[in-house]
Design a protein around this ligand. Structure first.
Ligand code: FAD
Ligand code: N01
Length: 534
């Protein structure tokens, strides 16, 4: 039994920041620059968050690297040169490390340490934050940069523990890599992680068997090295890009609002899906997520490409997604995913025809056959958006647990604050654009906004800032209304929590327009929907 820490052992700080991914790094930097005392904490051994954990072969960003970058410092931008259109995980991790080195952020963090609880004390108006190592922090502000995709789903298939070979989870990949040479590999899952890794694994392994429950849409990355000219052109246009972002515009040119293209106008837009623009090409199709006609046209185009690439028509049909609108699950961006099924050493098992019955000592058994494997790669996704927050015992006013408040799904105001949890903020939380956006942009926007809110609390000599229950209810209703006008809820995706058994089915990200402008207006008008108290 551990005894309660003495008062001396409790470290008093202005803010605790949980997470050393891009959210936590920037938050710590901003607060420290402004003179706040900050304690960062991360379960990982080092900085990087997503890019620390997801080291599977082929892991890359699916937003072009030049855009998947911080914009808050010109000198940071000048000190970094991306080598490829879509950077690899090691390069993105190196970027996070470069940021940590340049701004000396590591000393602000405790690594290999998990925050297990954060409890609000009504009397002091402060948060008591405890770690799994027994440290206790007494903090005025608590900022959760815990990540939307940071709790990997680990295998709960029957018999998983009995497997005698090696098993790996994509989101917890070993640091010294995995040798697939000459091995029989089972890959379970066909989301982005599997779609990125499978072609590289197949190039090395003796045999790859992919276990697919739902076929997925994927767009070609057409990844290339970045030329000096491309980098120079981006840098030249950067001031415009930055001013668009700052004013709450998307930062990339999108189709005019209200334009509903005719079939003729649509055809060339849909073809752009195959030009390497990835998710940006999808965003360039007006009304993609609101019009069935337009979505069907885009989906049909991609289905036709799959049938062209995959030589065996039966296999092509199995790989063709038909059960949800394109982009209602995050579309994947791949290099040679579909073409790799033409290799002799790759087999697809369609779990809709023959479901997995068990993992055995020697492989995977479905209702149709037993597939021997030396290695199993689990690419099962994440307990997204709420998982990391609910792993922490967060208690607000009256000792109320966030787990209870969110038992029917997450409720937030703007995805950044929760009624009843004063001075606690969530970066890219549910109810904000978050995972539907370029996350680096959304992280910066939230960190800047949270920082300004904290400054406002200081300037007004307030003690606490908290979302009002009314503002939160109105926001939750608005988030749902916006989602219901789209095709997103038609997919059993992680956006709605469908991938985690028992998780409430609520569409979590915010799909409406003008989010940043709204946040800025709320701040400019004196933090409308927030109560400030002394
Ligand atoms: P994370 O990077 O997830 O960091 C959160 C950190 O918090 C983690 O290190 C975790 O260990 C720590 N943590 C959580 N809970 C605790 C706790 N209780 N105690 C201590 N530490 C804790 N987004 C894009 O916009 N474009 C992309 O191309 C893109 N590619 C992606 C590729 C992959 C493989 C994955 C999984 C996600 C991708 N994303 C992408 C989303 C990505 O998660 C974000 O872009 C971004 O990296 C999130 O940063 P973050 O700091 O908010 O969270
Ligand atoms: O996870 P996923 P992911 N038996 O949830 C299957 C980001 N990301 O790690 O669809 C059998 O998408 C599941 O099947 P189904 C990106 O935002 C980006 O791949 O539920 N199968 C699905 O096929 C992405 O969206 C990149 O029927 C089971 C797969 O596992 C998010 O992270 C790369 C199963 C999980 O797919 C998550 O991606 C990687 C079971 N019991 C990640 N349980 C980039 O490219 C689940 N599945 C930038």
């Amino acid at each position: 039994m551990t005894s309660a820490p003495s008062t001396d052992a409790i470290r008093t700080v202005d803010a605790v920041v949980v997470g050393a991914g891009f959210a936590g790094l920037y938050m710590v930097h901003k607060l420290r620059e402004a003179g706040f005392t900050v304690q960062g904490v991360d379960a990982a051994k080092d900085v990087g968050g997503t890019w620390y954990w997801n080291r599977y072969p082929g892991a890359r960003c699916d937003i072009p690297s030049l855009l998947y970058s911080y914009t808050w410092s010109d000198e940071l931008r000048d000190s970094w040169r991306w080598s490829e259109k879509y950077a690899t995980q090691p390069e993105i991790l190196a970027y996070a490390e470069h940021v940590a080195d340049r701004y000396d952020l590591r000393p602000a963090f405790l690594f290999e340490t998990k925050v297990v609880s954060a409890v609000f004390n009504e009397e002091t108006g402060r948060w008591r934050v405890e770690t799994d190592k027994g440290q206790v922090f007494d903090a005025r502000f608590c900022i959760m940069g815990t990540g939307c995709l940071s709790v990997p789903r680990v295998p709960d298939l029957p018999g998983a523990a009995s497997f005698k070979g090696k098993a790996y989870v994509t989101g917890q990949w070993p640091h010294d890599g995995v040798d697939f040479k000459g091995k029989r590999v089972a890959i379970i899952g066909t989301g982005s992680s599997a779609i990125q890794s499978m072609p590289l694994i197949a190039a090395d392994a003796a045999q790859v068997t992919v276990f697919q429950r739902t076929p997925n849409f994927s767009l070609p990355a057409l990844n290339t090295p970045l030329t000096d000219e491309e980098v120079a052109a981006f840098n030249e246009a950067f001031p415009i890009y930055k001013s668009l972002l700052d004013s709450g515009e998307p930062g990339i040119p999108l189709p005019p609002k209200g334009w509903v293209p005719s079939d003729e106008e649509l055809a060339p837009l849909v073809e752009q899906l195959w030009n390497g623009g990835g998710l940006i090409s999808a965003a360039m199709i007006p009304e993609l997520m609101r019009s069935e006609r337009i979505n069907d046209a885009a989906a049909d185009f991609v289905r036709a490409r799959i049938r062209e690439i995959v030589k065996d028509p039966v296999l092509a049909a199995r790989l063709t997604p038909t059960s949800f609108p394109i982009a209602a699950k995050r579309a994947c961006v791949d290099t040679d995913y579909f073409a790799t099924y033409n290799r002799d050493n790759v087999t697809l098992v369609d779990l809709r025809e023959t479901p997995i019955e068990a993992i055995t000592e020697t492989g995977v058994r479905t209702s149709g056959a037993e597939y021997p494997a030396d290695i199993i790669v689990y690419a099962l996704g994440f307990d997204a958006m709420t998982g990391a927050l609910l792993n922490i015992d967060i208690r607000g006013r009256d000792g109320v647990a966030l787990r209870d408040v969110w038992s029917e799904g997450p409720k937030t105001y703007l995805g950044v604050a929760i009624a009843g949890f004063p001075n606690l903020f969530t970066v890219t939380g549910p109810g904000s654009p978050s995972v539907l956006s370029n996350m680096l942009n959304s992280i910066e926007q939230h960190v800047d906004w949270i920082f300004d809110a904290i400054q406002h609390v200081q300037k007004t000599q307030s003690a606490l800032i908290e979302a009002t229950p009314q503002a939160q209810d109105d926001w939750v209703a608005h988030v749902n209304e916006e989602a219901d006008q789209t095709l997103y809820p038609r997919a059993a995706s992680w956006y709605v929590g469908a991938n985690v058994p028992g998780k409430p089915r609520v569409f979590m990200p915010y799909v409406g327009e003008g989010y940043k402008k709204r946040c800025d207006q709320i701040a400019a008008d004196g933090y409308v929907g927030f109560a400030l108290s002394r």
